[in-house]
Structure formats: C-alpha cells, structure tokens
Design a protein around this ligand. Structure first.
Ligand code: F6R
Length: 341
C-alpha cells in the first residue's frame, strides 16, 4: 500500500512532481477558473498547513498582480470580523475543517461570493461554497500534510498566472522537473547538525517566510522538536535571546529581493553561535561560505523555488523524525482532520 516506501509521508513527498504537474494541467483545463472573474479584493481563510499555503498566495498576489488579498486564520475569522471583500476563499485539504467551514458560512451570511479550494470531492466545503477548485493531490494518508500543500501552491500559482495574463505558464509547466530533482537531496549532514537539539528556528523573508513557517510546523509535528518559524527580520525583536550553539537555524537564502538582507541576517545569527543550515541555490558559494551545512535547490523561477524549498524542508523533517524513530504517519495527539472548533 505504501508503494515500497517505509511511510506514507515519504510516499506522498515523492508524489509531488506529479501532483504539481496534474494540478497545473487541471487548472488550465478548468474553464470555470478563468470564467470566474477573479475579483480585485479577496480574503482567504484557512488553518495549519493550508494557512501557510494561503500566506504564500498573498505574497505572490502582491508581487505579481494588482489584486489585493488578505489571509486570516479560519479560527480567528469570527472574532476579527475582517472586512469581507469581493470574495472569500476557504482553503482546506480535507474540506471538513470546522473553522474553515464556519468562515465560509460567515461570508455567505454577509452575501459574499465564496470559493472552496479542497482536495476532497463531495466534502462539506464543496456543498457550502459557491464554487470549488480541486487540488489534484489524491488521497493524503499521512497526518502531516505534504503533497496537499504543494497542490495548494499549484492552485494558487495557477490563479496568479491567470491574474497575470499567463506570464508564468512556462515556468509552471516545467516546475515538476525541479521538484523531481530535490527529492534526491542529501540531508545527512543537515540531520546530523540537528543532533540532539530540542529547539530550533526556521527563517525566511517574503514568500520564504510562510515556507519557513511550514518547515517548522512539519518539524514539530513529526519529530517533536520545538521548531519556530520566523520572518527573518523579527528575530532581533526577541528570539535572538534564545540563540546559542544549541539552537540550530534553517535559513532560506534564495537570490532575489531578499537575498542581501538574508545573508547579513545569517551572519548575525552565526555571530551568536547558532549552527546554520542554509538553503540556497546550486553553486552559490557566498551562502555556502557562511553556513555550516549548505543544502541546495536548482536555479528556477522564484515561484518554483518556493515549492522546491518546501519539499526540501519536508524531507528534512522526515529524515530527522525517522532518525528519532518517531511515529511519522500518526504523530501523537493529532488527527488528520479537525472537525471541532
Ligand atoms: C499539518 C496539517 C494541519 C492541517 C490543518 C488544516 O501537517 O496537516 O495543520 O493543515 O489541520 O487541515 P485542512 O487543510 O484539511 O483544513
């Protein structure tokens, strides 16, 4: 059943090149998406991993389109009463998360058009929202979401591509090749560096901030190591006090707008003694020279690199949890879908 893999999580990580490809292709064919005029103001509500994918969506919309998108934790939607814009999108792998369903109901009560982004045909959210876009991840068995996160990114990148008049058709069509390549990333040195750490950080900027949050979530839920995701610029506003030789940091430093400042953040963290796992682009000797372990992703469109870095971080969590003999597919205290508030 696990297709020769030791765990469903690893099997599902390996399915991601195909999942990304299938989701992008399905979106291209899905005429409803382009017909559904994407309004200029959008609010997204989601939980957990789906919330992180939605945060990445916000950065992409902001960078590449003229639309405005805000993201809310579905569990907080009811308290903040966020301005309900032209459309509310509920993002949920299972389609059953109580808080995300409640956010859609709240939007409907305010006469707001609603869209569901889900992986499960016939799930509750598909009956509640006005429209549904499916991610083509296939059934996800492992409690830790992996391929559904990538499928959500594919949906959002496909939507950004529609909003940007097809500017990203080419890189998105080829993204599965880079995703395929990172599956064989050697993470032995990185797992070794984590050693017996009980606390660690993940940092990034821009779209790599939600990628860092998701990397940290994967690490804590399956390895039980206390991992905190941070926007790199926030570290000096408190968390710096925790940095020592005992707190490894995973720092994402990809060429682009955030590169230079990330590089100096890495140096600052190094100066406090923190062991650094740097995630950068192949051949980047500058990052390589300032970090303790250098892990690479292929050069590609920055949007695609958000996906490849995420996959590397899933693998890092997986191999770390495996080395600690954790119950990877069924972490303690967690359920696959959270159907109570
Ligand atoms: C983490 C994880 C959870 C879910 C969250 C939302 O790996 O799986 O954080 O992402 O419970 O679930 P859905 O997407 O089904 O609404």
């Amino acid at each position: 059943k696990k297709g020769g893999f030791e765990h469903y999580m690893l099997k599902e990580i390996y399915e991601q090149p195909q999942v990304f490809y299938n989701t992008i292709k399905a979106l291209e064919k899905d005429s409803r998406l382009s017909m559904l005029r994407i309004p200029s103001e959008i609010t997204v509500a989601a939980c957990g991993t789906s919330y992180h994918a939605s945060m990445a969506f916000r950065y992409l919309v902001q960078e590449y389109t003229t639309k405005r998108l805000s993201v809310e934790l579905a569990s907080e939607f009811k308290y903040y009463t966020p301005p309900v814009r032209d459309m509310v999108i509920g993002v949920t792998q299972s389609g059953e998360t109580a808080d995300t369903l409640a956010a859609i109901e709240a939007a409907k009560a305010r006469n707001c058009p609603t869209l569901a982004v889900t992986n499960v045909l016939g799930s509750s959210i598909t009956r509640s929202a006005d429209w549904t876009v499916f991610m083509c991840a296939g059934p996800e068995i492992s409690v830790a979401a992996t391929k559904s996160f990538t499928a959500q990114l594919a949906v959002f990148m496909g939507m950004v591509n529609v909003m940007a008049d097809g500017r990203f058709t080419e890189p998105l069509a080829h993204a599965h090749r880079s995703i395929e390549r990172v599956l064989s990333t050697d993470l032995e040195a990185a797992v070794g560096l984590l050693g017996s750490a009980t606390g660690m950080f993940y940092v990034g900027r821009g779209v790599f901030y939600p990628v860092a949050l998701e990397g940290a979530l994967k690490m804590k839920e399956i390895s039980y190591i206390h991992a905190e995701g941070y926007a790199a610029g926030e570290l000096k506003h408190g968390p710096f006090a925790l940095l020592s030789t005992e707190t490894p940091v995973v720092a994402i430093c990809i060429p682009g707008q955030t590169y230079g400042v990330m590089l100096s953040n890495i140096k600052e963290m190094k100066a406090r003694g923190a062991p650094i796992i740097g995630i950068g682009v192949e051949g980047d000797t500058e990052v390589e020279s300032v970090v303790d372990v250098f892990v690479t992703v292929p050069e590609d469109h920055p949007m695609v690199q958000a996906v490849t870095v995420s996959v590397v971080l899933q693998l890092l969590a997986y191999h770390t949890a495996n080395a600690l003999c954790r119950d990877i597919d069924k972490p303690r205290n967690l359920a696959k879908s959270v159907t109570v508030e």
